[in-house]
Design a protein around this ligand. Sequence first.
Ligand SMILES: O=C(CO)COP(=O)(O)O
Length: 258
Amino acid sequence: MRKPLIAGNWKMNLNHLEAIALVQKLAFALNDKDFDKVEVAVLPPFTDLRSVQTLIDGDKLRIVYGAQDLSPHEAGAYTGEVSGAMLAKLGCTFVTVGHSERREYHREDDDLVNTKVLAAFRHSITPILCVGEGLPVRQAGGHVAYSVSQLDGALRKVTAEQAQSIVVAYEPVWAIGTGEVATPEDAQEVCGALRTRLAELYNPEVAAAVRILYGGSVKSGNIAGIMAQPDVDGALVGGASIDAGEYVKICRLGESSG
Ligand SMILES: O=C(CO)COP(=O)(O)O
């Protein structure tokens, strides 16, 4: 049985003081003890992680956290990079890898994404592997093949044991930050195909264990329909995750529709 996951990708928003304020608001709303049917995560910028860790650990909050990227390297002369070991030391549960904004603005390709997935596993951090097509690919009808090939590329040398703990996020680029959300059927089509591919690459047990999220303009008004789909196990939320009231609503709806 897959526990639904709602993860908030803050992107490059909120300094560490603003991060503390947001987590305090979320904690107040989400910390009642009935709220245990969904896992709630926040993914702040690197500079906020220590503050978020201190708050969550200190108050034993029911929120987990992670980073938005990591280096494929272990340590050394890699100016500007942050290693998996550093993130593990900060108690990160998750790290997003292969987000379309990294693929587009930092030219990350499937090979680099693959080395980052492997780096996350070396430090027992769960990768949230992002895949998804742009508008021209969608219009040409190639969205399933494109997303599946990104999955294949990212999972090279990943064992079945590792793969069963991964989180995959289907984020069609045309739906990110545009207000144009995929229909529940669009989300199911690709998430279902990704699960089928996991069964082919590994085995049915791995496919059944992996949580597959949808991301792209998720709001409280559209989450329920998307999460009602059999192969959608939660959401990777961008803009709406830095609005405490809206994110709490999304998490509550995720809990009841998961
Ligand atoms: O990129 C996303 C999450 O990783 C989605 O962003 P939005 O929810 O702002 O469309």
